[in-house]
Structures are given as structure tokens and as C-alpha cells.
Write a protein that binds this ligand. Structure first.
Ligand SMILES: Nc1ncnc2c1ncn2[C@@H]1O[C@H](COP(=O)(O)OP(=O)(O)O)[C@@H](O)[C@H]1O
Ligand SMILES: [Mg+2]
Length: 291
């Protein structure tokens, strides 16, 4: 379902710039197309459902197709949004998530077994688990005042459960110039220092709340107007997880390694110490959302 949406868009992976030909926007999939075309494609089904639920009016372009999910730029009632659609677990191999899920308690024994045996139903449950986890974490972190994208369904699970297997959040950047990842930009030395400090603070903010990201590096940090935004939360782990300390250490190391290209040479140990020290400092101001 990807190429059709990209007819008039060109994706330049390096700069994350969506260049649009001046005149004809006919390559876009209009609402009418999305709702009229019957298709077995899982992506089309979910998009039609999101339109029907009033979350979405138009999908503008495919942004990135990863192993577990595809990210789209879309429009909705509250502006430009990032639509992340998780893949059908049966169609693609899903990364082994057991490290992150250890310590989680699944009360329903039959559900636990289905997931363990990776039956069709078990895979569906695992997939919704990832989507629901990503929303739950986004809401918690957003409310706590961290620099994360604002979730655009919820805040109650009964609302965001309707969008499975998609996660809707506010797009960082603009429709025409989506925020690049820190891994894709060139930074001046001063910007690199600032990005590093923000990345450390972000990891410390998570730690203060009892979380470890689980995949923390410049690949999951966006850079927009000199501000770092953390993304990609399904694998976030809590202190209940017996691998918490190991994940923390690993995140510190991958963060440090991913900053080498920005000219910063800091060891994983030093990074971890800095994060732990910052975690003792003041928390960000919580966001108050009015109903
Ligand atoms: N809120 C957002 N605003 C702009 N771009 C985003 C946003 N969320 C994700 N992206 C882009 O989509 C890509 C995939 O999202 P991510 O959550 O990292 O999923 P995954 O790495 O599992 O494919 C990111 O690398 C980033 O380029
Ligand atoms: Mg990612």
C-alpha cells in the first residue's frame, strides 16, 4: 500500500524532506479513495476504520517502513499527525520481545499460553499489547512533561484500543519538512553538545519515573528547532523487569556510540553515571491537559 501514496512525493532519507512537485497533488490518496476501494490489505482496513472513527482525514505520504511498523504522515482534525501502523505479526517476523516483557504479569493463563506459543490469536494479542503499551507510555510521559510526541487517541484505553494496530501521535516538524532523527543530521559542535545534554536529560527523566527506554539512541531521537524529542516506546521497561539494569546499561552504551558521529566521545559508563546523577535532579513540569 506504500507506493501509491508516494506518486507526487519524493522521499529523501537523508534530510527527511518530503519534496512535492509544484502542481498536481493527484498522487495523494483522497478520503474517497480510502473509503471506496475494497482491499484485503490490512493497512487499508485500518485506515478506513480510522477515517470512520474521525481520527483521520487523509494520508499524505509514507515516511518510513521499519521491521515492526510503517510510519505515515497524515492529517486529522487536530492537524498533522504521525500514523504508525504495526505490521501483521504473522506476515513478518517480529523481534523477540521477551527481554522487554519479562516481569510483566499476564493474569489470563490461556492468553499467556497463546502468546507463548505464538498462535494466530496469541500473535494478535502480542501486537495489540505493543500498540497499547506505546499509547500508555506516550500518555504517561506526555503528562509528566517529557519531550515526547503528543498521543492523539485516548487518554483512556477504551478510546485508543479502537485504533489498534495503529498508533496516532502528533507529527514533530511539519508536513513538508518532517523532523529528522538525530542519526540523520549534521550538527555544529554547539548543537551536538546541546543535543547530548538533552538526550541525557531525557534518559534521566525516564529513569526518574522508573523507566528504561530499551532502544535509546539517536535513531529514536528526533531533532527539531534545536530540541530533542524521544520516540518509539513499545519496548519501554519498568523496574519490575529483571533486565532493567542491563537494559539501562545497554541504552547508555548505544546512546554514547550513536553520538560518536557528532564528535562526542563519551564512554557508556560515563553516560550511565551522568544519567543517574541527572535523575536525582528536578523533574520536568507536568503538562496539565484540560478536558
Ligand atoms: N511523532 C513523530 N514525528 C515525526 N516523525 C516521527 C514521529 N514518530 C516517528 N517518526 C518517524 O518514524 C520513524 C519510525 O518510528 P518509530 O516509532 O521509531 O518506529 P520503528 O523504529 O519501530 O519503525 C522514526 O524513525 C521517525 O523518523
Ligand atoms: Mg525507531
Amino acid at each position: 500500500m506504500s507506493a501509491r501514496w508516494l506518486d507526487d512525493e519524493q522521499w529523501d532519507g537523508g534530510g527527511q524532506r518530503l519534496r512535492r512537485k509544484r502542481h498536481k497533488p493527484q498522487g495523494r490518496r483522497r478520503l474517497a479513495d480510502l473509503t471506496a476501494q475494497p482491499s484485503a490489505d490490512q493497512g487499508d482496513d485500518i485506515i478506513r476504520r480510522l477515517v470512520h472513527l474521525g481520527h483521520l482525514t487523509e494520508v499524505v505520504a509514507e515516511l518510513k517502513s521499519g521491521k515492526e511498523a510503517t510510519a505515515y504522515v497524515a492529517r486529522g482534525p487536530s492537524g498533522t499527525l504521525l500514523l504508525k501502523i504495526y505490521r501483521d505479526l504473522q506476515a513478518r517476523s517480529f523481534k523477540d520481545d521477551s527481554v522487554y516483557r519479562e516481569g510483566q504479569v499476564i493474569l489470563d493463563r490461556r492468553a499467556a499460553k497463546a502468546m507463548q506459543q505464538r498462535t494466530r490469536r496469541g500473535l494478535d494479542m502480542l501486537q495489540s499489547g505493543w500498540v497499547l503499551a506505546e499509547y500508555a507510555h506516550l500518555w504517561t510521559l506526555w503528562h509528566a512533561g517529557l519531550n515526547v510526541p503528543e498521543p492523539l487517541a485516548g487518554p483512556f484505553p477504551v478510546d485508543y484500543a479502537e485504533t489498534v494496530p495503529a498508533v496516532l501521535m502528533r507529527l514533530i516538524g511539519t508536513e513538508d519538512h518532517v523532523a529528522p532523527r538525530l542519526s540523520d543530521v549534521r550538527l555544529s559542535p554547539a548543537q551536538a553538545q546541546s543535543a547530548w545534554a538533552q538526550a541525557l536529560s531525557g534518559m534521566a527523566d525516564l529513569l526518574r519515573l522508573g523507566y528504561v527506554h530499551g532502544d535509546y539512541s539517536t535513531y529514536n531521537l528526533l531533532w527539531w528547532e534545536d530540541t530533542v524529542t524521544i520516540i518509539d516506546f513499545p519496548q519501554l521497561a519498568t523496574r519490575q523487569n529483571p533486565n532493567f539494569q542491563a537494559l539501562l546499561r545497554r541504552d547508555a552504551e548505544s546512546l554514547a556510540t550513536s553520538f560518536l558521529k557528532h564528535g562526542l566521545q563519551i564512554s557508556g559508563d560515563q553516560t550511565l553515571r551522568d544519567v543517574q546523577r541527572r535523575a536525582l535532579g528536578p523533574a520536568p513540569t507536568p503538562r496539565v491537559t484540560l478536558p
